[in-house]
Ligand binder design. Structure first.
Ligand SMILES: Cc1ncc(COP(=O)(O)O)c(C=O)c1O
Length: 415
């Protein structure tokens, strides 16, 4: 008799999460040779130059000063009402499109993706996203009996590949009535790419046309996990105005996360926000997502919700926190620039980086290159067709050094 106890659909390979496994190796190396010798560019969190976690002090102080009951009590399933209002402001800023908005709290950005995959796809269907994508998209799809389809993010000139986007949407439209399209922008993980306003205009025009001609239901999911590290309000959110006046058969879902924006990674808080020209579609979203929350995690982290609500109800506090985040953003920009400049100087090929926590280096044999780099105590994440370097996690000096080490390792492995 087989020793398998799990049901067939839950038989999974025993494997460490790739990021956490690489991080573990980096930490072991740091113990052996000292942290200054090690470049740990594995983790997707903002770190101080010395490798400790950056924490927004104003946020943390306000959180710790919350009344105990505001931390310990349950929150309503869809979130505290003042949190829902705050999340809407945090998502759209000065660029709230006209339309019906509903908000459901989620445990981080991950929870919103889960709800969309479950509620806006049928079993066996595919969600479309870019060919460079955050690995949990696939995990979440597979966990729920769905699949992932991809379009090419870049063309041969490394520009946004609108042709591939259109082809793949069209292909899916021939098979499915409902299309869930996952766009991780601005500050895409893993490349740091952000669609321009013009690229967004082309995407939306195409989707409108497709919807009209083929009567499809389109769910455009905007994953904005890194939005607050992607330039100013206009740069990061200006494109959202283009979501105004869409047909009721084009639903916009926005996945908001407090993980990076408030250095609240472990507090698990975020929101799934829907925008629709139809009140009925918006209410239907709220009902489906609330039901799903009850089934999956019941309610969210009340203290984190209260914190966001308090911040958006206090202009002075909001300003102070934005300034604190801006100083983190400045550090991140300096590090990324150090890497990008050095890469350009020495001829290391990278994908166009606009903002955010990661930079991607396309290359052959990424696992071998990553293994070669560990000899120089540089740890990063090998992807299917490249390497993910995380300037969020290492000093500017180490960023500059890393570009050189990566170039050397690629030349050595791939000759
Ligand atoms: C692309 C992307 N989306 C969403 C998330 C959501 O993360 P969390 O669930 O921790 O908020 C992350 C975090 O790494 C991410 O990289």
């Amino acid at each position: 008799m087989s020793t398998t106890m799990v049901a067939p659909h839950s038989k999974r390979p025993v494997a460490d999460d790739k990021v956490f496994a690489a991080n573990k190796k980096a930490q072991e190396a740091a113990k052996k040779v000292g942290a200054e010798q090690v470049i740990n560019s594995t983790i997707g969190a903002l770190m101080e130059d010395d490798g400790s976690l950056s924490v927004m002090q104003t946020v943390m102080k306000k959180f710790k000063n919350l009344p105990e009951a505001e931390i310990a009590a349950y929150a309503p399933i869809a979130g505290l009402p003042d949190f829902q209002e705050a999340a809407e402001k945090a998502v759209f800023g000065d660029f709230r499109p006209e339309g019906h908005v509903r908000v459901v709290s989620t445990p981080g950005g991950s929870g919103g993706i889960r709800h969309a995959v479950w509620n806006y796809m049928e079993e066996g269907e595919s969600m479309l996203t870019a060919d460079w994508y955050w690995a949990p998209y696939k995990t979440i799809a597979e966990e729920h009996g769905r699949k992932l389809a991809t379009f090419q993010l870049f063309d041969e000139k490394k520009a946004f590949n609108i042709t591939s986007f259109k082809e793949k949407v069209q292909e899916l439209a021939e098979k499915q009535e409902r299309l869930l399209i996952m766009m991780n922008t601005p500050a895409h993980n893993p490349t740091g790419y952000s669609l321009t306003d013009e690229e967004w205009a082309a995407v939306i025009e195409f989707l409108k046309d497709l919807q009209e001609k083929q009567q499809k239901k389109i769910i455009l999911y905007l994953d904005i996990a890194y939005i607050d590290f992607a330039g100013d309000m206009k740069t990061s959110r200006g494109f959202m105005k283009q979501f105004e006046g869409l047909s009721e058969n084009i639903l916009v879902l926005v996945g908001y996360s407090m993980s990076k924006a408030f250095t609240f990674y472990g507090l698990r808080s975020g929101a799934l926000v829907c925008l629709s020209s139809s009140e009925e579609v918006a209410d239907e979203f709220l009902a489906a997502a609330t039901f799903s929350s009850r089934a999956c995690w019941s309610n969210g982290t009340r203290g984190a919700q209260k914190l966001l609500a308090n911040v958006y109800n206090d202009e002075k506090l909001l300003k102070k926190i934005n300034e604190e985040r801006d100083s983190f953003k400045g550090i991140l920009e300096g590090r990324a620039q150090a890497f990008v400049d050095e890469a350009s100087e020495i001829g290391l090929e990278i994908f166009p980086y606009r903002a955010g926590f990661f930079i991607t280096i396309p290359c052959e044999n990424p696992d071998d290159v990553a293994a070669e780099l560990t000899k120089d105590y540089l740890f990063l994440l090998p992807l299917g067709r490249g390497l993910r370097f995380a300037p969020c996690a290492v000093s500017a000096e180490k960023c500059k050094k890393s570009a050189r080490l990566i170039k050397q390792a690629i030349d050595k492995v791939n000759g």
